[in-house]
Design a binder for this molecule. Structure first.
Ligand code: BGP
Length: 463
């Protein structure tokens, strides 16, 4: 039996500027470019973002290939560090304008709906050096200026805008768990950055509304990782509640309801790390919520009560309130070290339906990163990635159930169309429907790419 998806469902994939384009003709350096320039050994096999998947040069051919995998939509991001010349005056780089116009037009010519994101971990490093990046209220205003420029230049053709991708990852990577430059451990700054990212999203939405576009909408992409407690015990349940507050609700509640969860504010205040906020900015957050939501989902978050008492000494970390829990017998992607739990997509769908106004949403990233995929290559050079087909199928099946029960999901975007560069993991884990030989930049559709095309054409999956 075919599980049919709603009419007009978006079958697509997602990538980002820094991970696909390469640094060709880019005037400015973002934080990842800078980190690679100064510490290449922090990146897998010392591969940096300089060439990435060469999308800057080969976007036409790449989009044609994507078309052959059935995509009717694609998320890319506009790099602040490519488009803007002077960050204070907000003047533009002519080549940046030419390039993004050309890519958007090419997508539209080939029948692929552009989903455009404005920030994907790629703050210009100059704004970190000068102001401390997202720690600074001034950088929030500069981001809104950049967003305005994007709406002005490309808003006539773009229907779906997104302000940030996974803002929580910026908070945790840069300020808590040290996996993004500048690798600080500073709870107070982390919390301020979380607040400013929320605020910058709201203020960019406010700016967007001033344009009165009739054909377009704006949202945000959040990594919603549902929390599952290890047991029904009071302590585990409390740990799960706090993990949920930090990991999901800190961005989800302001984005959709316009305010921060009270219990989270109390905890942060009690711990002396609460953000500085003004009445005016809180009002802007209240008034400028999203039109739709993008949800990135990779793995569930299982937690138990912490082994070390939360009030023990040490730097402030949100995970003083919860420890990770590895469920015995779980299904694993052993290359990435992530649990595979498709059921969570159903839980997300129902959570949005029941608790978040049944707002329109789409799966903005989901996927399976596998290393050494050459070993699955057949004599024709096609990667036979049956594991990826199974992974996507199982997630779509659970998503379908959520839609059947009334959740308002309008699309599914896989991470990613073409194997692309990924932060410090570089090319270690491959996610694409299309493989990329990074020495030659020769790109070849995988078995999953042919399969995905059939799914898109049928607008459904077989049981
Ligand atoms: C998400 C990011 C993507 C992408 C993906 C895969 O968090 O939005 O940019 O990198 O994860 O993660 P990784 O490459 O670390 O396996």
């Amino acid at each position: 039996m075919t599980k049919q998806f709603p009419n007009g469902f978006y079958w697509g994939a997602a990538t980002s500027g820094p991970q696909a384009e390469g640094r060709f003709n880019k005037k400015h350096t973002n934080v990842f470019d800078y980190w690679y320039d100064t510490e290449p050994e922090a990146f897998y096999n010392q591969v940096g973002p300089n060439t990435a998947s060469n999308f800057y040069n080969s976007y036409k051919e790449d989009i044609q290939l994507m078309k052959q995998t059935g995509l009717n939509s694609l998320r890319i991001s506009i790099q602040w560090s490519r488009l803007i010349d002077d960050f204070e005056k907000n003047t533009v780089e002519p080549d940046g304008v030419r390039y993004y116009n050309a890519v958007i037009d090419e997508m539209l010519d080939q029948g692929i709906e552009p989903f455009i994101n404005l920030h994907h971990f790629d703050l210009p490093v100059a704004l970190y050096d000068k102001y401390g990046g997202w720690e600074s209220r001034h950088v929030v205003d500069l981001f809104v200026g950049f967003a305005e420029k994007c709406f002005e230049l490309f808003g006539d053709r773009v229907k779906y805008w997104m302000t940030h991708n996974e803002p929580l990852v910026v908070v945790e990577g840069q300020y808590l768990y040290r996996f993004h430059y500048p690798k600080l451990v500073d709870g107070k700054k982390a919390v301020q950055v979380a607040y400013h990212l929320n605020l910058s999203s709201a203020l960019a939405i406010k700016k967007f509304k001033e344009f009165n576009f009739e054909h377009s909408q704006i949202g945000v992409v959040l990594n919603l990782t549902p929390t599952y407690a290890a047991s029904d015990s009071k302590a585990d349940q409390k740990a799960a509640r706090i993990a949920e507050l930090w990991n999901n609700k800190m961005f989800l509640e302001p984005a959709i309801h316009g305010y921060f969860p009270e219990e989270l504010v109390e905890i942060l205040e009690g711990d002396g790390v609460l953000w500085n906020a003004t009445e005016e900015d809180l009002a802007a957050i209240a008034e400028n919520t999203v039109d739709f939501l993008g949800v990135n989902f990779y793995h569930p978050n299982r937690v138990k009560a912490p082994d070390i008492a939360p009030n023990s000494v040490g730097a402030w970390m949100p995970n003083r309130y919860y420890d990770g829990y590895q469920m015995p017998g779980r299904r694993m992607n052993v290359d990435r070290g992530w649990e595979i739990y498709p059921q969570a997509l159903y839980d997300i769908a129902i959570n949005i339906k029941d608790n978040y106004k049944n707002i329109p949403w789409f799966v903005s990233e989901n996927g399976m990163g596998v290393s050494n995929e050459e070993k699955f290559m057949n004599s024709e050079g096609v990667v036979e990635d049956q594991y990826r087909i199974d992974f996507i199928h199982d997630h779509l099946s659970c998503l379908h159930q959520g839609i059947e029960e009334g959740s308002n999901c309008f699309g599914y975007h896989l991470w990613t169309p073409i194997d692309c560069w990924s932060w410090s993991n570089a090319y270690k884990n491959r996610y694409g429907l299309i493989s990329n030989d990074i020495r030659t930049q020769i790109k070849t559709i995988k078995k999953s790419g042919y399969w995905f095309k059939k799914v898109a054409e049928k607008n459904g999956i077989e049981d």
